[in-house]
Design a protein around this ligand. Structure first.
Ligand SMILES: [Zn+2]
Length: 243
């Protein structure tokens, strides 16, 4: 009898231990999920975009960096506005994933840098242009938003395969709509001065999860080249005013 009780006790111990293991694993998983992760996806680009059957929805079933964040809105510049990045966020992204290219949005001098301007945040960089000049996509991706958007006037936002989004504001004409697949260097619209703008220029922003980062961290606008092959994103890059 005593032997039998010890046997039951041992079984109980084993069961309790396996339960503890599964709880700690679940906790580990939920911590991992709270920090955005980007995998360096080397699969074929065509496999990374899928659209539902015609007429079902404008939202792609699978879109760039679908594995990292499942937000896709075609009417709001920042669909991640309800999401707070953890303080210890550190994400390393490869600027050009497999078979992706880069292009300047427009080969023109920069006229206003990223940062504070007249005491207010300037979340992008301004590039000089004449109304009607061609504006191109900086990287391959899918157009998420294409609409008139408050002070930005005619705005296009493109989601890229590296997890970044680029925004093109004050356009006089938008040539693409939400859901359109776009390649780096492809014509997306004409420059202009729509919305809150004092003269024709391209206001160009680079976002990660809706948070603006300085485009000059990545792009050498003078030499029409990428400055870095990888970018380590830390929460300190992001302005606290822009949740
Ligand atoms: Zn600007």
């Amino acid at each position: 009898m005593k032997g039998f009780l010890i046997f039951i006790f041992l079984i109980h111990l084993t069961f309790a231990k396996s339960q503890t293991d599964s709880i700690s694993l679940a906790q580990k998983d939920s911590t991992a999920e709270s920090i955005p992760q980007i995998t360096e996806d080397n699969s074929n680009k065509a496999d990374r975009i899928q659209f539902p059957e015609e007429g079902m929805s404008k939202i792609p079933k699978v879109y760039p960096v679908f594995n990292m964040y499942d937000y896709w809105e075609d009417d709001h510049m920042n669909p991640y506005r309800f999401m707070t990045l953890p303080r210890n966020t550190r994400v390393r992204i490869k600027i050009l994933p497999e078979d992706c290219d880069f292009s300047l949005p427009i080969d023109a001098p920069t006229t206003s840098p990223f940062g504070y301007r007249w005491g207010r945040p300037h979340n992008g960089i301004d590039l000089d242009l004449e109304t009607g000049d061609s504006v191109c996509a900086a990287l391959d991706g899918v157009v998420r938003l294409s609409r008139w958007y408050y002070g930005f006037g005619n705005l296009i936002v493109i989601r890229h395969f590296n997890g970044l989004e680029t925004c093109y504001a004050h356009l006089s004409k938008r040539a693409l709509k939400s859901g359109d697949i776009v390649n780096a260097g492809q014509f997306i619209g004409k420059g202009g001065s729509t919305g809150h703008s004092t003269g024709s220029h391209l206001h160009f922003e680079v976002h990660f999860l809706g948070k603006p980062i300085n485009p000059e961290r990545i792009i050498d606008f003078k030499n029409a080249a990428l400055k870095v092959s990888h970018l380590e994103l830390k929460s300190s890059f992001f302005k606290s005013y822009y949740k």
